[in-house]
Design a protein around this ligand. Structure first.
Ligand code: SF4
Length: 132
């Protein structure tokens, strides 16, 4: 039987846009901290964007995934779709009430908010199922 999505150490791929704004860097920081805490593993979105075969195949094969975009430009989602990878769990930070700006001094409460949203996007994501 497959591990549940939120089982510590389970194989959840976390893909962050890591963009040049507060929301972009919030995706990155949340992905780093969730990885450090054992909730999934951050993966190199740039490798997928470069269409490097090993990266693309890993993203196609992974049972559970959360893609995180900072804003509605949706770069992570576009990269995945361009590489014909099914977008499973998905979070856009501006849809969670965080306004985009150029302030890189990240707020702890917003980092925690993003981490909670990523966990929620993973909840109920069954292995291999396309959530959106
Ligand atoms: S989704 Fe928004 S914040 Fe993220 S890289 Fe694209 S434009 Fe930047």
């Amino acid at each position: 039987m497959a591990e549940g999505c939120c089982t510590p150490g389970s194989n959840i791929m976390i893909l962050a846009c890591s963009g040049a704004s507060n929301v972009g860097q919030l995706t990155n920081q949340a992905a780093v901290e969730l990885t450090q805490e054992g909730f999934g593993k951050m993966f190199c979105l740039a490798g997928i964007g470069a269409h490097l075969s090993g990266f693309v195949q890993s993203a196609k094969d992974v049972p559970q995934m959360v893609a995180i975009d900072g804003c509605p430009v949706a770069c992570t989602k576009a990269i995945l779709e361009h590489a014909q990878i099914t977008v499973k769990g998905y979070v856009v930070l501006t849809e969670h009430g965080i306004e985009k700006n150029k302030n890189f001094k990240l707020k702890r409460e917003e980092i925690e908010q993003v981490k909670a949203a990523v966990r929620a996007a993973c909840n109920g994501q069954s292995e291999g199922a396309a959530v959106k």
